[in-house]
Write a protein that binds this ligand. Structure first.
Ligand code: PLP
Ligand code: TYF
Length: 399
């Protein structure tokens, strides 16, 4: 029955992990997948997460029953308030509702499924974007288009192209936006640029869908990283926002996320949530409990929340420090070209400007693993390997 099924190519990012693991060279470096590593290149379980986990295991009142279809309510409510802000007009007027999802990916997919069923329109994603956006929106049945985002000449935002595309898109299109720490470019619009983007989206009666995978992880400040979403809410937009706790709480494999909707009026929320529940029921039935319990404890307890924000800052600051060190090393080596984008870009990734041929030499000769588009995960660098990395970059740029 399956003779006609062709072999699919491996996922470009996850395959890098496989290649890296198989490499026996002792000084190999993995700057491929976006996952936090500490100074010793090891994954970091946040102490506040350990604390919450222990409390959950000890809690005799907890069992392994199913969660409701829409997940753990204390989690989804706290999650919505985390991104929207406690004093958001949407929160004060009860114009929001959340559904617990299989992390950020699942939130994007549920949002895509919901839009496909109830507000079908062409969807525009940034060029470039997180590769999975193409697949998720296509598989959900939507017509996928892109808007310009990266201007290689200035190694920055292609604002004019972006605005022109928003203005030229069919009325009522869907625009997927990264509110902070754009993946893969590390370039975010400034507050003034967000104003222009919001104006253009309003003029076209388009629908904004924020994919927020890095709140607090980008700047170390949860409010600052939520500013774009909050601005749109203050401006009166209805919107969707997908949240992931993979990076900012380090719960990657626990698949903990949330899809929140903001509507014009409170009476619309139950209807929308009920339809999201129908879609959720038909895809995963109900979401997993453990990660949501951890996040719910952290977000709803003042003391744990304070510990989390401290630990979040440790991660964000280590990454920011690695940017400074890498920039200093390339300057010291006199590596041809300008490298200030390394310190100007934000979040987990630097879009280096290295081309696919240079990336290949880095992999084949230096055992350094990064995606073909020249993106590096700053978390893969540490004080032990960063000089080796800089010298390898210096070599490929000169040759
Ligand atoms: N969206 C973007 C832009 C991302 O970069 C990521 C993770 O890298 C995700 C969504 C979702 O990740 P997860 O499914 O682990 O929450
Ligand atoms: O590094 C990145 O951009 C992501 C990481 O289920 C990732 O693709 C890996 C697996 C996954 C979600 C995100």
């Amino acid at each position: 029955a399956f003779q006609s099924v062709p072999l699919a190519p491996p996922d470009a990012i996850l395959n890098l992990n496989t290649l890296y693991k198989a490499d026996t060279y002792p000084k190999k470096i993995n700057v491929g997948v976006g996952a936090y590593r500490d100074e010793d290149g090891k994954p970091w379980v946040l102490p506040v997460v350990k604390k919450a986990e222990c409390a959950i295991v000890e809690d005799a009142s907890l069992d392994h029953e199913y969660l409701p279809i829409d997940g753990l309510r204390t989690f989804t409510d706290a999650s919505a308030k985390l991104i929207l802000g406690k004093n958001s007009p949407a929160v004060l007027e009860n114009r929001f509702g959340g559904i617990q999802t299989i992390s950020g990916s699942g939130a994007v997919r549920l949002g895509a499924d919901f839009l496909n069923r109830w507000r079908k329109a062409p969807v525009y994603i940034s060029n470039p974007t997180w590769g999975n956006h193409h697949d998720i929106f296509r598989d959900a049945g939507l017509d996928v288009h892109t808007y310009p985002y990266w201007n290689p000449e200035v190694r920055g935002l292609a604002l004019k192209g972006m605005l022109d595309t928003i203005k030229g898109a069919p009325k009522g299109s869907i625009f997927v936006l990264h509110p902070c720490a754009h993946n893969p470019t590390g370039v975010d619009p400034t507050p003034d640029e967000w104003k222009l983007i919001a104006e253009a989206i309003r003029a076209g009666a388009h629908f904004p869908f924020f994919d927020c995978a890095y709140q607090g992880f980008a700047s170390g400040d949860l409010d600052k990283d939520a500013a774009a979403v909050r601005y749109f809410v203050e401006e009166g937009f209805e919107l969707l926002v997908a949240q992931s706790y993979s990076k900012n709480i380090g719960l990657y494999g626990e698949r903990t996320g949330c899809l929140t909707i903001v509507t014009k009026s409170a009476d619309l929320v139950p209807n929308v949530r009920s339809q999201m529940c129908k879609l959720q029921r038909a895809s995963i039935s109900n979401p997993p409990a453990f990660g949501a319990r951890i996040v719910s404890m952290i977000l709803n307890d003042e003391q744990l929340f304070a510990e989390w924000t401290q630990q979040l800052k440790i991660m964000a600051n280590r990454i920011i420090h690695m940017r400074t060190v890498l920039f200093a090393l390339l300057t010291e080596l006199g590596t041809p070209g300008t490298w200030n984008h390394i310190v100007d870009q934000i979040g987990m990734f630097t879009f280096t400007g290295l081309n696919a041929a240079q990336v290949k030499v880095l992999r084949d000769t230096y055992h350094i693993y990064l995606t073909d588009n020249g993106r590096i995960s700053m978390a893969g660098l540490n004080t032990h390997n960063i000089r080796t990395f800089a010298e390898a970059v210096d070599f490929v740029v000169r040759n």
